[in-house]
Design a protein around this ligand. Structure first.
Ligand SMILES: *[C@@H]1O[C@H](CO)[C@@H](O)[C@H](O)[C@H]1NC(C)=O
Ligand SMILES: *[C@@H]1O[C@H](CO)[C@@H](O)[C@H](O)[C@H]1NC(C)=O
Ligand SMILES: *[C@@H]1O[C@H](CO)[C@@H](O)[C@H](O)[C@H]1NC(C)=O
Ligand SMILES: [Fe+2]
Length: 479
């Protein structure tokens, strides 16, 4: 009897120990919710007379200068700017040494009205057939109202071309936005992947478009010197039928041109570019993406075109995150996830960057693609072929921080933090990239989340853990 009793409690003890170890392991593998919380009250927009948003002095001086890639391969740049008083000249003089502008290109002028606002003269000029990896100096304006800037073209599109991308979202124009921008300016970032929600002009009555001008001036110290790759967010929609403004994305589309036609897209709201060793696909969360719509058709044809031996790093930008464990905007990306996630898994997208939620979050490599409405397979699982999802709507806009994460942290969420900042993706070569997220902490940029990425197409796949998540079973992936 005694022996039986002992063996019974021994077994119980072993069960308990096993359970405890299992619990510890599982809990250990789950993600981190950072204790660092930024103050919750939103900071104010910079006043209209703040030096960072003031117009240039002088008559009709070019302002709000910004660059973006102008073709599919990185050999062209679109230069855009505004002249406030009269059309002036759309000519860009440029060359490879300062002050000697052997080339010139002539652009186009547009302007628009938004309710009681009339824009300045918006210039867009494409500089093409540039040399790779070359610094160009350029001059805008005429007479004694000229301004000079420079930019450096990316290296040739090649699997080992190294390049540093900055990632910024939901910036706005507050004192916090200025911090984020200053931190980014102090980094080695060469091109910004911007994930939408630019000026937050729509925070003002009738979307006072004066706030589009101030935003253009605020970001100029970066955008005049390096391309920002644009994605449209919900604050760009600006649909106000009550005042007769019914053209969606009007100010955004007038001011921020993108090279969509060079990737066969009929809309500037979705397009792709190649830059160094990266292939970047920009999508619109606020345009139709259901089956057979233009965006769906375009993406279906686009993904098979990506040659991973040429551009090993495949990055997708969109505004609304597909994975988000914050109470703010929870599940808003669900319908696009259902539509596009199977393609992201099939084509092994490396990272999906999104904004919208004013906090930071990164997931493990997860997918949730097996559900077919009857089979109950509806849980995000660990999936080597899946992208990592980064939500980085933490630029610091007037709406403040999204400080309400769901509890407990779901297993797919690797790191999340309710504060502002920016990220860098430092691509070294075809196998290695270093990713880091920099929080704004008491006026300093502090690295809070960082790791090495090894490329799944070329690299040795080094992840040996499933982070406590169930793995994707080998069920046929319906596409
Ligand atoms: C640039 O184009 C505009 C509009 O077509 C034209 O009026 C202007 O003369 C051109 N400028 C130069 C320098 O070619
Ligand atoms: C240059 O500036 C002066 C004084 O600011 C002004 O009177 C003059 O008209 C300007 N010249 C041109 C060509 O714009
Ligand atoms: C790629 O970059 C990593 C990190 O810098 C380095 O360790 C590795 O040797 C590089 N590979 C090649 C082929 O240069
Ligand atoms: Fe948003």
């Amino acid at each position: 009897m005694k022996i039986a009793h002992e063996s019974c409690s021994g077994r119980l003890f072993r069960y308990l120990m096993f359970g405890a170890i299992l619990t510890m392991t599982v809990r250990h593998c789950y993600g981190v919710t950072s204790k660092y919380i930024r103050k919750l009250e939103a900071s104010a927009d910079l006043p209209l007379d703040d030096e960072h948003v003031l117009s240039q002095g002088g008559y009709n001086t070019p302002e709000q200068v910004h660059l973006t890639q102008g073709d599919h391969d990185g050999r062209a740049v679109i230069v855009s700017w505004v002249t406030p008083s009269e059309p002036g000249s759309s000519v860009v003089n440029y060359g490879t040494s300062k002050g000697q502008y052997e080339h010139s290109a002539n652009g186009s002028i547009t302007s628009y009205k938004f309710y009681d606002y009339t824009s300045g003269f918006i210039h867009h000029c494409v500089l093409s057939d540039l040399e790779y990896g070359t610094t160009y100096f350029y001059k805008l304006g005429t007479g004694n109202s000229t301004r000079e800037f420079s930019f450096t073209t990316p290296p040739r599109v090649n699997q080992d071309s190294s390049y540093i991308f900055g990632i910024i979202g939901d910036l706005g124009q507050t004192y916090d936005s200025l911090k984020t921008l200053e931190h980014y300016l102090g980094s080695k970032g060469q091109t910004v992947l911007y994930v939408g929600d630019l000026s937050y002009a729509d925070h003002y009555p009738y979307d006072s478009n004066v706030r589009w001008d101030t935003w253009g001036r605020l970001v100029e110290p970066s955008t005049a010197y390096q391309p920002w790759i644009w994605t449209a967010g919900n604050h760009e929609i600006e649909y106000l039928p009550q005042i007769g403004e019914v053209e969606l994305f009007k100010p955004y589309r007038q001011r921020y041109h993108v090279p969509h036609t060079s990737s066969g897209s009929l809309s500037p709201l979705w397009y792709s570019i190649k830059r160094a060793s990266a292939y970047i696909i920009v999508l619109s969360s606020y345009s139709s993406y259901a089956k057979y719509t233009p965006q769906w058709n375009w993406l279906q044809k686009e993904l098979p075109k990506v040659k991973r031996h040429e551009t090993p790093w495949l990055i997708v930008l969109m505004h609304t995150p597909l994975y988000n464990s914050n109470s703010y905007h929870y599940m808003e990306g669900e319908s696009m996830r259902v539509q596009f996630e199977p393609w992201f898994v099939k084509f092994k997208v490396d990272i999906v960057f999104a904004g919208h939620v004013h906090a930071y979050e990164r997931t493990h490599r997860v997918s949730n693609v097996l559900y077919d409405i009857e089979n109950n397979n509806c849980v995000p699982v660990y999936d080597k072929s899946a992208p990592m999802y980064v939500t980085i709507g933490d630029g610091g806009n007037i709406e403040g921080i999204a400080g309400n994460f769901r509890d407990p942290q779901p297993a797919y969420s690797a790191y999340r933090e309710a504060s502002f900042g920016h990220a860098l993706l430092d691509i070294k070569n075809r196998t290695h990239a270093y990713y880091s997220w920099h929080r704004n902490q008491d006026g300093k940029a502090v690295v809070a989340d960082s790791f090495w990425l090894s490329n799944r197409h070329h690299g040795k796949w080094e992840e040996h853990t499933n982070f406590g998540l169930p793995r994707r079973r080998k069920l046929p992936l319906k596409l």
